[in-house]
Design a binder for this molecule. Sequence first.
Ligand code: FAD
Ligand code: DHB
Length: 390
Amino acid sequence: MRTQVAIVGAGPAGLFLSHLLAQEGIDSVVLEIRNRGHIERRVRAGVLEQGTVDALRAAGVADRLDREGLVHHGLELRFAGRGHRIPLSDLADGRAITVYGQQEVVKDLICARLAAAGRLLFEVAGLTVHVLTSSSPVVCFRQEGREHELRCDVIAGCDGSHGVCRDAIPRGALTVYERAYPFAWLGILAAVPPSTAELIYAYHERGFALHSLRSPAISRFYLQCRPDETLEAWPDERIWGELRARLATDDGWTLAEGPILERGITTMRSCVVEPMQHGRLFLAGDAAHIVPPTGAKGLNLAVADVRVLAEALAAWYRTGRADLLESYSATCLRRVWRAEHFSWWMTAMLHRQDDDPFQRRLQLAQLRYVCDSTAAATTLAENYVGLEWV
Ligand code: FAD
Ligand code: DHB
């Protein structure tokens, strides 16, 4: 088998890269370890930056997003029993976020690739990547019991944080920057109309809570929990009790409850590898960097990376110029580190960290400042909707 670009992983990064390359007339094959149903049902992020929506629209894969996505012009910070609206669009040049589940983006991209007869191989096993510094790297894998070798010009490692591409780069060629956080998020999807029109990020002595949404009938919630906790420790009644307590206000706001459709625990960490390239292997999305979810940046960074990579590959194939490919890592890392900082800052401001009352007062001082100062609120707003110029 041969292709121009072998793409490992059919998450948002791999699928969108394949779509963008096809629009430039560049052939690719996407290799995915899971089956199609699994990746289409996997519940993950839900907040798309303005730039992500614009990119999906420009690439012709936003018809359903434009119909079903919920455009939000603000969000709420809730603490000490009161909500404070941050008017995102007023503070960030009219830009907004769109709430649309990551798995919906994945479904739309799979449909677009299959409609264009794109090669998408699911349920591949034992995938390995080879001769990365040669001009003809190779991907080996098994599918339906048969061994395959895929020869290509370039490999795109879009295989997420547990993939194999990053680990194929020799130790010593990469620097890894990491930070673990002493908490995790319990996330649920519930069949109940949202009790809010905009996302609520709540700081509370019992821990952080987030009220998000997916549609007029489906709500999404997150609760800060310990990283070593299991779902068994969180029966429905405890989940709703904690959400009620952490989201409570002094003005009689009530939380509507409903059947829980899905639940999971995600640990939180920051991680960046530098550079995001080794020879003809380019890492993109979670394969290269992880952010804690508080800033809602993971999916958006994945999309931003592959836009840079697709443009660089297009220039290389069209004219032979390699400068954009050579600067791929440096270009992406500017945005990545901005997002790492923003996610870390949001995480530090909103999570219960320990029993230190000094720390709690610092967090409350920061929250009040963000709500009372236009300059501070603008910092949150422009990062949250996504910076255009990084
Ligand atoms: P992924 O979506 O992880 O895609 C990688 C793909 O590669 C997967 O389909 C995987 O099956 C495949 N793969 C892995 N190994 C191999 C292999 N060896 N061979 C072939 N294929 C392979 N971000 C937020 O902003 N907010 C959130 O609430 C949020 N929640 C999350 C919850 C979970 C459980 C996880 C894991 C992530 C969450 N994220 C969240 C992060 C966000 O979803 C990711 O940043 C985003 O999925 C990155 O896209 P990606 O395409 O780089 O990686
Ligand atoms: C969602 C996820 C996030 O990480 C976040 O910061 C806001 C919303 C969500 O899944 O809806």
